[in-house]
Structures are given as structure tokens and as C-alpha cells.
Design a protein. Structure first.
Length: 214
């Protein structure tokens, strides 16, 4: 089987992963049969996880492992969750293959979950800490969109910093019915609690203002 990651990219990632602090886990859900991108997603996630002993890949079938899927709130395939060193779901979810530009948000999530956290200003951290209600952030992306990973990274950052928040990347073309439901015509399109909309790679303060208005 031909590799999805060429040698140059594999070597770059291997070097990057040398800095991983804590081990992390990736729980990947696929389905046998009617899943167009499951095999390719599994191959990509496997190739990436093989580059570091600190990345533990766990493979599940959404039908056979329905209880585990329910535990993580997984309803689509292919989907995966990045778990922290204790196996805890910190709200960092991906729906669809994180290929193209989206590999950037995937790698960023691995680094941050391992403890290589980017810092935010104190006033932003204070606002994030005050969020006390359940918040779901969907970020619709396409793999050719250069601005999408930034929006996904912000949603995942918010999720990692507050247990009330879940951030989801949704690959718009794979999940076209969901994209249609939320009238996705441009990306990144950000949907907060299925009601508020933002378009474009907005600053994290815009995410917060929308969340605070709920």
C-alpha cells in the first residue's frame, strides 16, 4: 500500500514529535462497508501515530463499539477523538480525514494535548474560565482551505481549556448532509450550539463573544 505521507513530511513530523511531553491517545471510529473515507483516514492516522511511541492509536467500529462511541459522543464516521495522558476526552474531536491543510490542525492538537500548550493573554484565559454552560463548536472545513486549520485550532484550544466546551472539525464534503443542514457555502464556517454562526478564521475573542451571548 502506498504511503500517504512522503518521507520528507514523515521526517519533519518525527522531529516535531521528539518534543512531545505527555503520551496521548487517539480513539478512531470507522465502519465497515458504507464509509467512503474510512480506510484512507485510518491509514493517515496510523502513519502519523507510528511516528511516535507517545501516540497510542485505538481503533473502534462505531457499530460494534457503540458504547464507546456514545461515551465520546461520536455519531459520524470516520471520526476520532484525541485523549490526554489519562485517557480523558478533553473535547478535541475530528470528523473526516484531516488531510490537505487540515493536517495542521491535527498535528497542533497532538502537540497541545501532549503538554506543548500555546499561551493566551490572561484576560482571554479569564473569559474562558468563566464559561459554565455546555458549548459545542462545529468548524466546517474543506481540505483545500488554508484558513480553516486556524479556526479549528481555536475551537480545540477552547475545548482543552474548559471542560464545558467541545470543539469539532467537520470535513464539509464528506458530511454534505450536515453541511447542507447548516447552510455551509463558505469555509471555515463556525456553528456554536447549533445556533450562532461565524464565518472565516475569526480571532478567539469573537468565539468568546458569541459564547458569552448564549
Amino acid at each position: 500500500m502506498e504511503k500517504l505521507l512522503n518521507n520528507d513530511i514523515s521526517n519533519q513530523l518525527k522531529t516535531l514529535f521528539n518534543d512531545l511531553r505527555d503520551p496521548i491517545q487517539i480513539a478512531l471510529f470507522t465502519r465497515e462497508g458504507d464509509c467512503e473515507t474510512c480506510a484512507e483516514t485510518k491509514q493517515l492516522i496510523t502513519e502519523v501515530s507510528d511516528l511516535s511511541a507517545k501516540i497510542d492509536l485505538q481503533l473502534y467500529d462505531i457499530d460494534k463499539n457503540a458504547d464507546r462511541a456514545k461515551q465520546y459522543g461520536i455519531e459520524l464516521v470516520p471520526s476520532f477523538v484525541i485523549l490526554d495522558k489519562d485517557g480523558i476526552d478533553r473535547g478535541v474531536h475530528f470528523n473526516g480525514i484531516p488531510a490537505g491543510h487540515e493536517i495542521n490542525s491535527f498535528i497542533s492538537a497532538i502537540l497541545e494535548m501532549s503538554g506543548l500548550e500555546s499561551e493566551l493573554p490572561k484576560e482571554v484565559m479569564d473569559r474562558i474560565a468563566k464559561i459554565d454552560k455546555p458549548v459545542n463548536i462545529k468548524v466546517f472545513v474543506t481540505l483545500s482551505c488554508p484558513h480553516c486549520p486556524g479556526a479549528v485550532q481555536k475551537a480545540h484550544k477552547l475545548a482543552m481549556l474548559n471542560p464545558n466546551i467541545t470543539g469539532e472539525m467537520i470535513e464539509a464534503q464528506t458530511f454534505y448532509e450536515l453541511s447542507d443542514k447548516f447552510n455551509v457555502s463558505g469555509v471555515p464556517k463556525i456553528i456554536i450550539n447549533d445556533s450562532l454562526e461565524l464565518l472565516g478564521n475569526q480571532p478567539i475573542e469573537s468565539f468568546l463573544s458569541s459564547i458569552e451571548s448564549l
